[in-house]
Design a protein. Structure first.
Length: 471
């Protein structure tokens, strides 16, 4: 896989040294224990020079080093399933901002990835995923594909065999409701007043992951306002329902006590919704709007991931932001930066991944352990260190106000593992400061249950550092 110039231009560049204006880290032990000596010992020097394995490793190492950006990072395309490219077409029709050339290229991408079973899987050679298939079918129909074309007939038959579009997941049903293709009673009741719930309530926005918050908050606005897509070509997909959507009575599974309890709350919420004072609704909407705007993150986008970014853009449109409003322009530009466009096809990435890619490539360089690999790993660690957030206000401080920043976003576990297990022949003083802060962040995240990721435990087990935890 080559490093595309398209992606390389998008990565943040520039390395900051210890003399940066970031908050001064706490003192770090003079000697860093050899946390990876067991792995570094298995380097190329232990393999015979004439070994085919040695040659294969050397060729892979050289190829990887050749793809490293001169500032130290690696960046590759991040391809997911066809849900996101399909949603990009749907977004263009929701807003009536259709790029015909781009739409054609995304449609080519979707057609090329239709599987033999007639639908679209979530991974290569996987089983048909109903929700992904419904969105891909709808996107292709919006793009102008004839419903009687063989690939469309095959997809439609596969969907109907599995119960039709009414059996798709919640997010797909919300997307269809936004296009008026099914009634709003077919999606959960999620009013914007959730933003006003007290912290002692069993559910609170601060009690879920950051990724979930960024997706949900703009979605609260959409599901409360219940807008209808502009849909300039007036395209629908009623043919994907086994029962007319307005007559469907089984959008939700009712098995299990917990499911029945949620359905009861959902029913009660819908009953009292007309009684909610307009002033309360306006206040809750304003709070959600301010929450989103404070985290738009420039051209990197809300949450730096597509679902949150597209929800934010559509919410801004519904709230009345004009097309030339700077924040709306920036939100759309963030989505456009996720596109990977070739002469004949295009797709939308879920996010860009320089942090992940650099951390994983850095691990490979440290496994190799020769001089060239050490130099590449050192450059990568310097770049990662320059991206560490030391004094940025983070949402975690709502519950842990004294917790210092360390890495940021949902990359923290991986990067904490990467730098907390770095061999002693690489880190200088700057990297050692970063190691302490990042590992401390992992400790607190693990102890407070913010993520139950095994990566946290692995990082702590592989690091021999003693880290004082601030709570």
């Amino acid at each position: 896989m080559t490093l595309s110039p398209h992606n390389a231009r998008r990565a943040a560049t520039g390395v900051q040294g210890c003399e940066s204006n970031r908050a001064e880290p706490t003192p770090f032990p003079a000697e860093l224990p050899d946390a990876r000596s067991d792995i570094v010992s298995h380097t190329l020097k232990r393999i015979a020079d004439s070994s085919p394995l040695d040659r294969a490793i050397a060729e892979a190492r050289d190829a990887l080093i050749a793809q490293q950006n001169q500032t130290g990072y690696w960046l590759y395309e991040l391809e997911a399933d066809c849900t996101i490219p399909a949603e990009y077409i749907m977004m263009m029709h929701f807003l009536d901002e259709i790029d015909a050339v781009l739409e054609l290229k995304i449609a080519n991408h979707l057609r090329a990835r239709q599987a033999e079973h007639g639908g679209w899987p979530l991974y290569h050679n996987g089983e048909l995923d109903l929700s992904c298939t419904v969105k891909a079918y709808y996107a292709l129909k919006l793009a102008g594909d004839d419903v009687n074309a063989p690939h469309m007939k095959k997809a439609r038959a596969a969907i109907l065999e599995r119960g039709g579009a009414a059996r798709a997941n919640v997010f797909t049903r919300i997307a269809l409701a936004l296009f008026g293709e099914l009634p709003w009673r077919g999606v959960p009741y999620i009013p914007v007043e959730i933003m006003l719930l007290p912290k002692w309530f069993p559910f609170h926005i601060d009690k879920v992951s950051y990724w979930s918050r960024t997706v949900m908050v703009p979605l609260f606005i959409l599901c409360t306002r219940k807008p209808v897509a502009k849909n300039p070509r007036n395209i629908g997909i009623r043919e994907l329902f086994t029962t007319p959507p307005e007559k469907e009575r089984h959008y939700f599974q009712r098995s299990g006590l917990l499911a029945k309890a949620f359905l009861l709350f959902d029913h009660v919420g819908r009953m009292i919704d007309p009684l909610i004072p307009a002033s309360m609704r306006a206040h809750a909407t304003k709070r959600a709007e301010e929450w989103v705007l404070a985290r738009l993150n420039g051209e990197d986008g809300l949450g730096a991931i597509f679902p949150a970014m597209v929800n934010a853009l559509e919410a801004m449109v519904i709230l009345g932001y004009p097309q030339d409003h700077p924040q709306r322009v920036t939100a759309k530009r963030a989505l456009q930066k996720l596109l990977v466009v070739s002469p004949t096809s295009a797709y939308c990435q879920p996010c860009v991944s320089p942090i992940w890619d650099t951390a994983l490539a850095c691990l490979a360089m440290q496994e190799a352990g020769d001089d060239a690999s050490r130099l590449a790993s050192s450059r990568a660690l310097d770049w990662l260190k320059s991206k560490q957030l030391l004094d940025e206000p983070g949402d975690w401080r709502v519950r842990r106000p004294n917790l210092p920043a360390a890495v940021g976003h949902f990359n923290s576990p991986m990067i904490s593992i990467r730098i907390s297990t770095t061999p002693p022949w690489l880190p200088g003083p700057c990297i050692r400061h970063a190691i302490r802060r990042a590992t401390q962040r992992v400790c607190v995240a693990r102890l407070t249950g913010w993520w139950g990721c095994k990566a946290a435990t692995a990082a702590l087990r592989r690091s021999t550092l003693t880290i004082p935890v601030t709570t």
